[in-house]
Write a protein that binds this ligand. Structure first.
Ligand code: HEM
Length: 136
C-alpha cells in the first residue's frame, strides 16, 4: 500500500482550539460563563450548587475547554483517570440546573463571539454531556 504525503507547504486546517482563540479564548468564554452565573438571577439555582469562590472554577473550566478542543492537556494531567462525567458524579444535577448551565453557556458563547459553527458543535456535545449528568 502506498501512502501519499501532503506537500510540506499544505496549510494545516486550524484546530478547534485555534478557532476558539487558544487558551485566551477559552478563558474569555469560561469567565463570561461564570460572570453570567454570578450576576443573572435566572441562574441562581445553578450558582447555589457552586462554592462561594468561583475563581478555581474559572481556571478549571478554561483548562478543561482547552484540552477538550485539542489544546494543552493540563486538566487531564492533573486528574489522572478522570473525565468530565466522573467529575460530576457526586453533583446532584437536576433537569433545571442542567438547563440553566446549557443556557448560560450558550449565551456566553454568543457574547464572546465564538464562531457560530464551532459554537453549535460545542453546544450539541455539551447538551449530550449535560443530559447524561442529570440524576433527578
Ligand atoms: C449541565 C449540567 C451541569 C451542572 C449542573 C454542572 C455543575 C457543576 C458544579 C456544581 C461543579 C462544582 C463547582 C464547585 O465545586 O464549586 C462543576 C464543576 C465543573 N464543571 Fe460542571 N456542570 C454541568 C455541566 C458541565 C459540562 C457540560 C462541562 C464541560 C463542558 C462542565 C465543566 C465543569 C468543570 C471543568 C468543573 C470543575 C471540576 C474539576 O475541574 O474537577 N460542567 N460543575
Amino acid at each position: 500500500m502506498t501512502t501519499t504525503t501532503p506537500p510540506a507547504t499544505a496549510a494545516k486546517p486550524p484546530s478547534l482550539f485555534d478557532r476558539i482563540g487558544g487558551e485566551a479564548g477559552a478563558r474569555l468564554l469560561a469567565d463570561r460563563f461564570y460572570d453570567l452565573m454570578e450576576q443573572q438571577p435566572e441562574y441562581a439555582e445553578l450558582r447555589a450548587m457552586h462554592a462561594p469562590d468561583l475563581a478555581p472554577m474559572r481556571v478549571s473550566l478554561t483548562q478543561f475547554l482547552s484540552a477538550w478542543l485539542g489544546g494543552p492537556r493540563t486538566w487531564f494531567e492533573e486528574r489522572p483517570g478522570a473525565c468530565i462525567m466522573s467529575a460530576h458524579r457526586s453533583m446532584d444535577v437536576s433537569r433545571e440546573t442542567a438547563r440553566q448551565w446549557l443556557h448560560a453557556m450558550s449565551r456566553a458563547m454568543v457574547e464572546t463571539a465564538v464562531e457560530p459553527d464551532l459554537g453549535q458543535q460545542m453546544q450539541q456535545a455539551m447538551t449530550r454531556m449535560g443530559s447524561a449528568m442529570i440524576v433527578r
